[in-house]
Write a protein that binds this ligand. Structure first.
Ligand SMILES: C[S@@+](CC[C@H](N)C(=O)[O-])C[C@H]1O[C@@H](n2cnc3c(N)ncnc32)[C@H](O)[C@@H]1O
Length: 341
């Protein structure tokens, strides 16, 4: 069921605090901290939780239950492209019944449900955001997959699980939120059984990113500010962090750069004007959402601060689409790593 606009941020427990929380987010992690990232790394739990408490309803409204991008073929639906991107991870990890995998930063469970259903493997979803985890658990039960799934409400930098307890691990556009790449990969290494594999879609700046170009730097800062990202890495930094954690790097490549001619990953943020699937996430759709929220906020139907959250997300969406168009950023740097026997 799709989220209704009037329900955005309107849970009774949360509505009082929206304006204060978005202002705190802007004060601590926006303005002065743009492009530096120090506070975003030291306070990463608060940084991420505040952000995801504020934006989750918007993501579900505009995107659905899988909070990631995907390469899309010309004749492929948005939903099919997301599922294919999720199946690819399951396929690369060889997930099958009898195996147990951990999903680090599982969001509201869209990919986890798809991967559990596709592979038959048992999946443990890790997320530090309580509200998202509650929604994920509810959806999983409704999908009849409760027997295949478990949840851990904890920080993926230090997961509440014993050493070597998982056959496989994956993360979809979530380790980009880690304050320290070697730290999060080191934790994955600890959790995996010897011979177990980890696969991830990482956010990365590409070789086209020029740190001397002020426009490139501004786009990076906007993506980080609007997307709660401590510091977007370069591919070689990801590769080095994977190896420094003790892994053997099996494969690392940018799936966006090799996508067959089709619809670029950032198209839903721009909108062709003809696509129903991207109506809400497109630039025009976001303008309609923003205007409607402005009115609903004045009428007291959505909480004060909702339009500010919408502006924050717009900042991120515009920067992502432009960085994608310029080829200076990818949300799908695919990494597969293996823990030695
Ligand atoms: C962009 S969302 C991706 C969610 C999910 N993988 C998907 O594709 O739908 C990033 C997720 O990482 C989670 N996250 C961020 N930092 C975390 C941390 N330190 N520990 C656990 N989860 C974290 C957020 O709560 C959010 O669910």
């Amino acid at each position: 069921m799709r989220t209704k606009l009037a329900r955005i941020l309107s849970d009774r427990d949360r509505r009082e605090s929206v304006a204060a929380r978005v202002q705190d987010y802007e004060r601590w992690y926006g303005g002065a901290s743009r492009g530096r990232g120090d506070e975003r790394k030291t306070d990463y739990r608060d940084f991420e939780n505040t952000y995801y408490d504020l934006v989750t309803d918007f993501f579900e409204y505009g995107w659905g239950q899988s909070f990631h991008f995907a390469p899309r073929a010309a004749n492929e639906s948005f939903a099919a492209s997301l599922a294919r991107h999720e199946h690819y991870i399951a396929h690369r990890l060889g997930l099958e019944p009898g195996m147990t995998a951990v999903d680090l930063g599982c969001g509201v469970g869209g990919p986890l449900i798809e991967i559990a259903r596709f592979s038959g493997a048992r999946i443990v979803g890790v997320n530090n955001n309580a509200m998202q985890l509650e929604r994920a658990a509810r959806r999983c039960e409704a999908a009849g997959l409760g027997h295949l799934v478990d949840w851990l409400k904890c920080d993926f930098m230090s997961v509440d699980a014993p050493d070597a307890c998982f056959d496989a691990a994956y993360s979809i556009e979530a380790t980009c939120c880690a304050p320290d790449k070697a730290g999060v990969y080191g934790e994955v290494f600890r959790l995996l059984k010897p011979g177990g594999c980890f696969a991830a879609y990482e956010y990365c700046l590409t070789d086209g990113f020029d740190s001397d170009d002020p426009e490139h730097r501004r786009l990076k800062a906007d993506m980080e500010h609007g997307g709660a990202l401590p510091d977007i890495a370069r591919p070689h930094e990801v590769d080095e962090a994977v190896r420094s954690a003790g892994f053997e790097l099996v494969e690392a490549r940018d799936l966006a750069a090799e996508a067959p001619p089709g619809i670029p990953w950032y198209e839903p943020l721009v909108g062709s004007g003809l696509s129903f699937a991207s109506l809400r996430s497109s630039a025009a759709g976001r303008r309609v959402t923003h205007g409607s929220l402005w009115l609903l906020e004045r009428l007291g139907i959505v909480p004060r601060g909702a339009t500010q959250v919408s502006s924050l997300l717009d900042l991120c969406a515009v920067a992502l689409a432009e960085a994608g168009r310029l080829g200076i950023f990818t949300p799908m740097y695919f990494v597969q790593a293996r823990k030695p026997d």
